[in-house]
Design a protein around this ligand. Structure first.
Ligand code: 5AD
Ligand code: SF4
Length: 443
């Protein structure tokens, strides 16, 4: 496609789903002849792809939108657009237009594929376009994707979530679960392998529900086995799994299939049964720990990572201690820890016994110290070992080094040049750091 000299910048908040949506918007713009820039001042189109899972993500968007006013005054032809999960909340689009009238286009998570059409309309009509849909019009295949990495790619296998955890806004802004057809997924991955990609991460809010509602006789374990057959592909990861739905056949698939990496992201959220019930998680601490035992027994060297929320309404000291004890027992390889954030429209937002900020922060700090101690101890055990690393790029801040990941997801930095990018190499770990490993390549 011929270049039209117009430039765009997409700034993305939130999870991998949003990252992938941004890669699609970028892919569409590139195929229309636009080119990317990383400077807002140079851009003809600025797009914010937003997240609303926690309040601080929203606050950042407001701050950034305010900053764009000056740019619009300098360049009245600048198109400012905002999209993503935050826009799917009731009344949000109207509020944004009221507070930030310099915004030109607002759209949601269900109609991102229509962005080029909205762009044309905004230019022609010269007024703000607001298009939010409550449901998608079926899964749209074939949108060009402009991926950030040349080595690893995200591949969405399903959209939405049916779980309605009481703290979470996602089911309200991403809609109900729907799966892509297996052949569409397999064809996309084969195409990626042809382009030279070595690793895919299969994405969904709850990948273990994959296949429900499709005509094909398929479930997540079967899909994993199909993906494992793709020639030329080296590594497969997936996220996110829900502990209530992770089945033994998925664990067996990871244990048996050579391309499936030994890594499971299994958000626990809390370690106390009373908290888990109030969160509507539908599993108990005991069931979760049993799952851990099965995973660790069947998959040697497995990494288990998690998400934990601190300060859910009514969280008592005892409930917090249960979470802390579970973290010590599981010995996570990594954990994302979050302070509970009230999300309007969710059941937990209506609860009256919110935990005060001081208590939340105190517990949060205790948890983080514990998590970090465990991660450092676990990393230390890798010193002296030789591990297979897929090289992803040059190291940050040091271009005499490259960085990549082990099969179980650990970040490794070692001396090497950019010719190694995309290659699988054996690396001897010489030193463990708090959150990464240092090594040297071995023949
Ligand atoms: N407050 C804090 N953390 C939350 N998460 C989801 N909703 C909230 C909330 N209201 C966390 C969960 C989820 C991760 C993506 O975000 O831990 O797994
Ligand atoms: Fe939110 Fe729960 Fe669905 Fe995860 S499973 S997206 S936490 S509702």
């Amino acid at each position: 496609m011929k270049e039209n000299n117009l430039r765009y910048i997409i700034e993305t908040w939130g999870c991998q789903m949003n990252e992938e949506d941004s890669e699609k918007i970028s892919g569409m713009l590139k195929s229309l002849g636009y080119s990317p820039t990383d400077q807002r001042e140079e851009a003809d189109i600025i797009i914010f792809n937003t997240c609303c899972v926690r309040e601080n993500a929203e606050q950042k968007v407001y701050g950034n939108l305010g900053m764009l006013k000056k740019l619009k005054e300098k360049n009245p032809n600048l198109i400012i657009s905002i999209c993503g999960c935050m826009m799917q909340q009731e009344g949000m689009a109207e509020e944004i237009i009221k507070r930030f009238p310099h915004v030109d286009i607002i759209f949601g998570t269900h109609n991102a594929h229509k962005f080029p059409e909205y762009l044309n309309r905004a230019r022609q009509e010269g007024k703000s376009i607001v298009e939010i849909k409550q449901k998608d019009e079926g899964i749209i295949e074939g949108i060009p994707i402009d991926r950030k990495s040349d080595v690893k790619a995200f591949v969405t296998i399903m959209y939405g979530c049916n779980n309605f955890c009481t703290y979470c806004i996602v089911p309200y802004v991403r809609g109900r679960e729907r799966s892509r057809k297996p052949e569409d997924i397999i064809n996309e991955i084969k195409g990626l392998v042809n382009e030279g990609y070595k690793e895919v991460t299969l994405l969904g809010q709850n990948v273990n529900s994959y296949g429900k509602g499709l005509e094909e006789d398929i479930n997540f374990a079967k899909l994993l086995r199909l993906v494992n057959e793709i020639e030329g592909l080296e590594r497969v990861r997936f996220m996110t799994s829900h502990p209530k739905d992770l089945t033994s056949d998925v664990i067996d698939a990871i244990a048996e299939c050579d391309k499936l990496c030994e890594q499971i992201h299994l958000p626990v959220q809390a370690g106390s049964n009373t908290l888990l019930r109030r969160m509507n998680r539908n599993y108990t601490r005991e069931k979760y720990l049993e799952l851990m035992k099965e995973i660790k027994a069947k998959i040697p060297d497995v990494s288990i990572t998690t998400d934990i929320i601190i300060g859910f309404p009514g969280e008592t000291e005892e409930e917090f201690e249960d979470t802390l004890a579970l973290v010590k027992e599981v010995e996570y390889d990594s954990a994302f820890t979050f302070l509970y954030s009230i999300r309007q429209g969710t059941p937990a937002a209506k609860l009256e016994n919110q935990v005060d900020e001081e208590t939340k922060h105190r517990r949060f700090n205790i948890l983080i110290d514990e998590v970090n101690k465990i991660i450092a101890e676990k990393n230390k055990k890798y010193e002296g070992r030789i591990l297979e690393v897929l090289v992803e790029g040059l190291s940050k801040n040091d271009d005499t080094k490259v960085s990549g990941r082990t099969r179980n997801g650990r970040l490794v930095n070692f001396e090497g040049s950019k010719d190694l990018i995309g290659k699988l190499v054996n690396v001897e770990i010489t030193k463990a750091q708090s959150f990464s490993l240092i090594g040297k390549i071995v023949e």
